[in-house]
Design a protein around this ligand. Structure first.
Ligand SMILES: *Cc1c(COP(=O)(O)O)cnc(C)c1O
Length: 428
């Protein structure tokens, strides 16, 4: 029997040395004993806590683990690479091979740069867009998240299309003033904004399926408007596929919806759980990046051999487009099962699904933008989260987070989840 650490004691130690006890705010949820559980291991669809509890996991590292925890092919690739060296500071064949696979999988990706996170990818893509256009304004959509750097940690002010306000203390108002915010799926507001400020706009950055307000799919007219308006204004269209890349389809949302972005950002699935981000796109833009061009961007760990090995192994194991229909089918089965049970218990519930991502919303209809997500019964979501956790099932702690499935989730796992949810719905 392994010595088991008590979660309360670990939490006391954590809060003494980490801000709020965690290294990323979403991890700071109140679990069964009032503190989050601490992970000791992951096996397929399951997380095993330090105190020995097992949780069926629908968070999956917030997206990267599309094959489940500790997939043997990924583990072996990392082990094999680690034995040969962990970081070199010179180019490797493996990073070239990964770049080749990415450019083969996603049409508009002609040239890519590897970085260490999604945040770095969007930060760098914006710099390229500003350099390419000689303009400074960027447009984002309310409720979207693109990482924690100053240009994009911006929330909407009040009104249809607004100059953003900092979404964090410490973000300069001068930076926030360069980021304009429009409601998701709002063609009219976007059109009006471009009419007014089009010639000043460097880029529109879009989550082609929103995932950071919970899952919210785009309307076809909205996607069309983003592409057309940005092109007409001479602004770049940046698809932030950090969550959707290799998650909703092999070629991401770009392929799924036939998009034609100028730049694309990836992370999460592409790194298989290791820190790896990617930005890339048309050669004419990526040739602006140093040392090919004047846009400076660098990284000691960029193209790290362990992250590259993990990413390549995961993409190889996924294998291609055929992986995704069964994943989406499972995701729909679970989402529809949950909605059905919830409604039979008299609750207002609805779900949005895209590939291996979904969110159960406590409201009568699937939301189409952040305002509608915010109108969900978030307290009921919190009771759902806690009820499920007590039954050993780990859902995202917040109504604003997407749930993820992996190929490791079995039909039995889904049936058990639906049964557990039925019992929880009866008392929330
Ligand atoms: C997670 C996420 C990011 C940030 O990525 P990090 O690796 O956490 O920095 C950016 N954009 C989207 C759409 C994301 O889902």
């Amino acid at each position: 029997m392994m010595a088991m650490a008590d979660a309360g004691e670990l939490w006391r130690r954590a809060t003494a040395v980490l801000p709020g006890g965690v290294n990323s705010p979403v991890r700071s949820f109140r679990g069964v004993g009032g503190e989050p559980f601490f992970a000791r291991a992951g096996e397929g669809a399951y997380l095993i806590a330090e105190d020995g509890r097992r949780f069926l996991d629908f968070v999956m590292g917030y997206g990267p683990l599309i094959l489940g925890h500790a997939h043997p092919a990924v583990v072996e690739a990392v082990r094999e690479q680690a034995a040969r060296g962990i970081g070199f500071g010179v180019p490797t064949e493996a990073e070239v091979a990964l770049a080749e696979s990415l450019t083969a999988a996603i049409g508009p990706l002609e040239v890519v740069r590897l970085v260490n996170s999604g945040t770095e990818a969007t930060m760098s893509a914006l710099r390229v867009a500003r350099a390419a256009t000689g303009r400074e304004l960027v447009v984002k959509f309310a409720g979207s998240y693109h990482g924690h750097h100053d240009s994009l940690l911006i929330k909407a002010g009040s009104g249809a299309a607004t100059v953003g306000v900092p979404d964090s203390a410490g973000v300069p108002a001068a930076m926030a003033a360069l980021t304009l915010t429009v409601p998701y799926n709002d063609v009219e507001a976007l059109t009006a904004l471009f009419r007014e400020r089009g010639p000043e706009i460097a880029a529109v950055i879009l989550e082609p399926v929103a995932g950071n307000m919970g899952t919210v799919p785009p309307s076809p007219e909205f996607l069309e408007a983003v592409r057309t308006l940005s092109r007409e204004a001479g602004a770049l269209f940046i698809a932030d596929e950090v969550m959707t890349g290799f998650r909703v389809a092999w070629g991401g949302a770009t392929e799924l919806f036939g998009l034609d972005p100028d730049l694309i950002c990836l992370a999460k699935v592409v790194g298989a759980g290791l820190p790896l981000g990617v930005y890339g796109g048309r050669r004419m833009y990526m040739d602006l990046v140093a040392p090919a061009g004047p846009v400076y961007q660098a990284g000691t760990f960029a193209g790290n051999p362990l992250a590259v090995a993990a990413g390549r192994a995961q993409l190889t194991a996924i294998g291609g487009a055929a992986f995704y229909p069964p994943l989406e089918q499972k995701t729909r089965y679970l989402a529809e099962g949950l909605v059905d049970r919830g409604r039979r218990r008299g609750l207002a519930v609805a779900a949005n699904v895209a590939g291996g991502m979904f969110t159960l919303f406590f409201r009568p209809t699937p939301p189409r933008n952040f305002e509608e997500v915010q109108a969900s019964d978030r307290e009921r979501y919190a009771r759902f989260f806690h009820g499920m956790l007590e039954q050993g099932i780990f859902f995202p702690p917040s109504q604003f987070e997407t749930a993820f499935l992996s190929s490791a989730h079995s039909l039995d796992d889904l049936e058990r989840t639906i049964r557990a949810a039925d019992a929880v719905f009866a008392r929330i």
